[in-house]
Write a protein that binds this ligand. Structure first.
Ligand code: GLC
Length: 733
C-alpha cells in the first residue's frame, strides 16, 4: 500500500513539473530554480535580462513600464516577471516631471504615487536599533509592492568620510559595524515584502563633488577595514538580492569596471550570490561584464532619454563580444543566473506585487516610531526640557515649523501623501526641496493645550526676538537642506540662521534649538542656548515626534551615528576640492571618531553621544574569552526617574596601537528600562573587529595580546574598562 502512495506522489510531482515548472520548483533552492529556468532560455532571453530601461518619465517605449528608474519587461512565455526597480531607502520615490519655472512638478505615477517618507536613513542609524530599521524597510517595501514595484534601490550605506557629502542623510554614518547592523535590518525588512533590496553604492562613493569621475584613492588594508567591511557585514546580515556599483573610481578604476572590487572581493572572498547592477550611467564598456557587472541600468528606452554614459553597453556590443568569443557565453549565463536566483530567493516569482491602496495610517506610525527613537538630545541645561505642562507662552520660530518638517533631496526624496506642506522648491539640478506635511507646532499645541503657542517665520530676527522676549520659552527651528549631486560648501547653517538663533537667544535665556539637517553642522551659538534637539529629517510624522520629545511624552534615545566637528579644520580634508582624485589614505580606515581619537581632537559632539531625560549607569563588567571569541557582559541600570531607552556601546582597542585608531565600536544594544530597573547586556565581538586585514596573507589577522575593552555612553564617555586576553588567530577574508 505504502509503495502505491509513494509512486502516486512521485507521479504527481513529475506531472506538476511538466505543467508548471515554477510550481514544481517551489521546494527547490533559488539556485536550483534559477538553473532550471536558465536551461529554458535562449541567448535572446538571457540578453533581455541584463539591461534595464530608464522609465522614470514613463515614456512607455516599453509596454508595462510603471515609471520606475529601471524596467526589465517580463518574459511571459517563461513565466519570468518584470523587474520594476525604484528608488529608494527613505520611501518610494515618485519621479518628478518638471513643469517649468515657478510650477510644481508633476509625477510619473501622479498623486496615486505619493508615499510615506521615513526619517532620513541617517536618522534611522541614530536609533541604533536594527529592529526599527527592519520595520522601516518593511513599511516602504510594503508600499512599493502595493504600487507594483519589486526592486527597491535602497540600502545606501557609504561611510561618512565626508560630513559635507550631500547624501550623508541617505547613508548610515561613520562606523562600519553600526552602518552594517542598521542596513542589515533595513534590507531584511525590505525583502520580507518580496521586494529585492539593493545595497549601494559599492564602493567608496563618499562624496558628490565630481561623483561621476572622481577617483577614491585608498590602500587595500584601509579599504577592507572601513568601507568594504561595512558592505561585508551588511551583506552577511541582510543578504541583499543586488549590489549597485557606484559612479566613481577606486584607485583609478571605475567601480563598475573594477574586477578587484567585484570579482575578487565581492563575488570571490565574500561569495556574494546575487547580481551587480550599475548606477544609472555608471557603465563604461562591454568588458564591465568580465569585471563582474551583471546588469546595466537605465538605458534609453527608445526616447533618447537616458542617464547612461553609453546606453548600449550590454546591448549589441555584448552579443557581438559573445559571438566573437571575447566574452564567454557562460559569463552571460552566470549574469542571468545571479539575477534569477535573487528573484527566486526574495519571492518575486511566487509573490508578485498586487496593486492596492496604501495603509497610510499604519505606515505613518512606523515613521513616527522611528523618528521618536532617532531624535538626539544634544544639550539640556537648567532642565529646560521637557517643557513643563503648565507653561503659558511658547514662541516657535523659523523653518516652516507651523506646517512641516524638512526632508532631503535627490533620488531618495519622497513626495509625501497629500503633497508637501508648502510648495516644493527646485534644487540646483533635478532635485526638489520638500517639507513633509507634519507640523511641530500643531503637534505641540495638542500636547500643551493650555499654552499659547505663536509662530514667527524668522525672516525678521528683530520681530522674532520680540516674540521670544514675550514668551516663557523660544523654540528656534533651524534647517540644513542637502541633496544628491551636491556637497555642502561647509558645515555652517545657511541663510543667516546662526544670526537668528543668536538674536533670539539674546532675547530669551530659555531658548531651544531644534535642528532638521542632513548631517553634522556647526553651532556657534551653542553656549547661548539652553537646549539643542537633533531631529534630522524626521519623516512623515516628524512634527509629532519632535513635539513628543519637547513635551516629554517621548524620552529621547537617539545617539549620534556621526561625529559633529567643531569646524572643518578638524577634518582630514578641511576643504572639498574640485580635484579628480580624493586621497582617503589621509585617514585610511580611521573614519570619523577614529580620526578624532587618533589625532586627539575634541569634537563638538562625539560619535555615540545623546542625552536622556533619565540617567543610566553601567556596572559589573565581565569579559570572557574563548580563543578568538570575546564576549562582554555588563549591567545597565536606569537610575533616573523617567522610563527610557539607552544604548551602551562596547569599544575595543588593539594591543600596542596596532589598530587604525585608539578604539573601534565592537558592539551595542538598545535597552528599554523603567526607573530603577536593571538589565544585563551581553555582546559577542565579531573576531574581525579584533583583527587587522593582512593584505599579503589575504586574511584577517588577530594578534596575541591583551585587548582593552571599554563600555561607554559614547565614544568619548567610557564608563567601564576591562581587558580580553586573546590568542593569535586568523579569519578568512
Ligand atoms: C542615481 C543614484 C542612485 C539611484 C539611481 C536611480 O544617480 O546615484 O542612488 O538609485 O540613480 O535613480
Amino acid at each position: 500500500m505504502k509503495l502505491t502512495i509513494a509512486r502516486t506522489a512521485l507521479f504527481t510531482a513529475l506531472s506538476l513539473a511538466s505543467l508548471s515548472p515554477a510550481l514544481a520548483d517551489q521546494t527547490a533552492s533559488p539556485d536550483q530554480r534559477a538553473a532550471t529556468m536558465l536551461k529554458r532560455m535562449s541567448l535572446e532571453d538571457m540578453h533581455h535580462m541584463v539591461q534595464s530601461y530608464n522609465d522614470m518619465m514613463a515614456l512607455q517605449q516599453q509596454p508595462g513600464g510603471i515609471g520606475a528608474a529601471g524596467y526589465v519587461p517580463a518574459l511571459p512565455k517563461l513565466g519570468i516577471p518584470a523587474q520594476q526597480q525604484n528608488d529608494a531607502g527613505i520611501g518610494v520615490h515618485n519621479y518628478p516631471i518638471d513643469q517649468g519655472p515657478g510650477k510644481q512638478p508633476a509625477h510619473v505615477r501622479g498623486e496615486a504615487g505619493n508615499t510615506t517618507p521615513l526619517p532620513s536613513t541617517l536618522a534611522i542609524a541614530a536609533t541604533w536599533n536594527p529592529q526599527i530599521a527592519y520595520e522601516g524597510g518593511r513599511m516602504i517595501a510594503g508600499e512599493a509592492h502595493r504600487q507594483g514595484i519589486n526592486v527597491l534601490l535602497a540600502g545606501g550605506m557609504n561611510l561618512t568620510r565626508e560630513p559635507r557629502d550631500g547624501r550623508t542623510f541617505e547613508y548610515l554614518g561613520e562606523d562600519p559595524l553600526l552602518a552594517a547592523r542598521i542596513d542589515g535590518g533595513e534590507i531584511r525588512g525590505i525583502q520580507s515584502q518580496h521586494v529585492i533590496s539593493t545595497i549601494k553604492h559599492y564602493a567608496l562613493n563618499d562624496q558628490e563633488t565630481n561623483r561621476l569621475t572622481v577617483s577614491s584613492n585608498i590602500d587595500e588594508r584601509a579599504m577592507r577595514e572601513s568601507d568594504l567591511f561595512a558592505f561585508e557585514l551588511a551583506i552577511e546580515d541582510g543578504h541583499p538580492g543586488s549590489v549597485m556599483c557606484g559612479y566613481n573610481k577606486v584607485n583609478g578604476v571605475w567601480d563598475c569596471s573594477n574586477k578587484h572590487l567585484l570579482n575578487d572581493i565581492l563575488k570571490g572572498d565574500w561569495k556574494y550570490p546575487g547580481w551587480v547592477m550599475t548606477d544609472w550611467g555608471a557603465d563604461h564598456g562591454v568588458m564591465d561584464a568580465m569585471a563582474g557587472t551583471d546588469q546595466v541600468s537605465g538605458i534609453d528606452a527608445g526616447s533618447g532619454f537616458s542617464l547612461g554614459q553609453s546606453s548600449s553597453t550590454f546591448g549589441a556590443p555584448l552579443l557581438q563580444a559573445i559571438g566573437k568569443g571575447e566574452i564567454p557565453r557562460g559569463r552571460l549565463e552566470d549574469m542571468v543566473h545571479r539575477i534569477l536566483r535573487s528573484m527566486y530567493a526574495v519571492g518575486l516569482f511566487d509573490h508578485p506585487p498586487v496593486i492596492k491602496p496604501l495603509d497610510v495610517e499604519a505606515d505613518a506610525l512606523v515613521a513616527q516610531r522611528a523618528a521618536e527613537q532617532a531624535i538626539v538630545l544634544l544639550k539640556n541645561e537648567q532642565d529646560q526640557l521637557p517643557l513643563k505642562s503648565d507653561i503659558k507662552t511658547v514662541a516657535i520660530i523659523g523653518s516652516h515649523a507651523d506646517v512641516g518638517v524638512l526632508s532631503g533631496g535627490g533620488s531618495a526624496e519622497v513626495w509625501p501623501i497629500g503633497g508637501p506642506a508648502i510648495p516644493a522648491v527646485k534644487g540646483p539640478d533635478w532635485q526638489w526641496k520638500v517639507y513633509d506635511p507634519s507640523s511641530p507646532m500643531k503637534a505641540l499645541q495638542k500636547l500643551l493645550p493650555n499654552a499659547k503657542i505663536t509662530y514667527d517665520d524668522g525672516t525678521d530676527p528683530a520681530k522674532a526676538a520680540a516674540l521670544a522676549k514675550s514668551s516663557d520659552v523660544a523654540l528656534v527651528f533651524a534647517t540644513q537642506w542637502t541633496c544628491e549631486g551636491v556637497d555642502q560648501p561647509n558645515l555652517s547653517l545657511s541663510d543667516k540662521q546662526d544670526d537668528l538663533i543668536d538674536t533670539v537667544a539674546a532675547a530669551n535665556t530659555h531658548t531651544v534649538v531644534v535642528l532638521e539637517n542632513g548631517g553634522p553642522v556647526k553651532m556657534p551659538w551653542l553656549s547661548k542656548v539652553n537646549a539643542v534637539v537633533e531631529a534630522w529629517y524626521p519623516g512623515a510624522r516628524g512634527g509629532e515626534a519632535i513635539a513628543g520629545v519637547l513635551a516629554g511624552k517621548v524620552n529621547p534615545s537617539g545617539r549620534l551615528p556621526v561625529t559633529f566637528p567643531q569646524d572643518e579644520q578638524q577634518l582630514p580634508r578641511p576643504q572639498i576640492t574640485n580635484a579628480q582624485e580624493v586621497d582617503y589614505n589621509i585617514e585610511g580606515a580611521a573614519v570619523g571618531y577614529k580620526w578624532f581619537d587618533k589625532k586627539n581632537l575634541q569634537p563638538l559632539f562625539p560619535f555615540g553621544f545623546g542625552l536622556s531625560y533619565s540617567r543610566f549607569d553601567y556596572s559589573d563588567l565581565h569579559v570572557n574569552t574563548q580563543g578568538k571569541r570575546v564576549t562582554v557582559s555588563f549591567k545597565v541600570s536606569n537610575v533616573g526617574d523617567h522610563a527610557g531607552m539607552d544604548t551602551p556601546q562596547v569599544y575595543v582597542s588593539l594591543p600596542g596601537d596596532s589598530g587604525e585608531a585608539p578604539r573601534r565600536l565592537a558592539g551595542f544594544e538598545k535597552v528599554s528600562l523603567q526607573p530603577g530597573q536593571s538589565r544585563t547586556v551581553s555582546v559577542t565581538i565579531d573576531p574581525r573587529l579584533l583583527a587587522t586585514f593582512d593584505v599579503s596573507g589575504h586574511q584577517w589577522k588577530i594578534g596575541a595580546g591583551s585587548y582593552p575593552i571599554q563600555v561607554g555612553h559614547s565614544s568619548r564617555d567610557l564608563a567601564l574598562k576591562g581587558e580580553a586576553a586573546v590568542v593569535a588567530s586568523t579569519v578568512a577574508p
